[in-house]
Design a protein around this ligand. Structure first.
Ligand SMILES: [Zn+2]
Length: 52
């Protein structure tokens, strides 16, 4: 059993999520972040700019 595998074909509810520090809203993993999820901090470009 390998539970560390990060598969993209799982149920949406099994996808990871984070809380955006700007708008305080949870946002879920997105396909476009597949390679960069560890570095994703903000839910959107808008929040990213707001923070800066
Ligand atoms: Zn946000």
């Amino acid at each position: 059993m390998n539970t560390k595998t990060f598969g993209g074909g799982k149920k949406p509810s099994e996808r990871p999520s984070k809380i955006c520090p700007v708008c305080q809203k949870p946002f879920a993993w997105r396909k476009k972040w597949a390679r960069d999820w560890e570095n994703v901090i903000y839910c959107s470009e808008k929040c990213k700019k707001t923070r800066a």
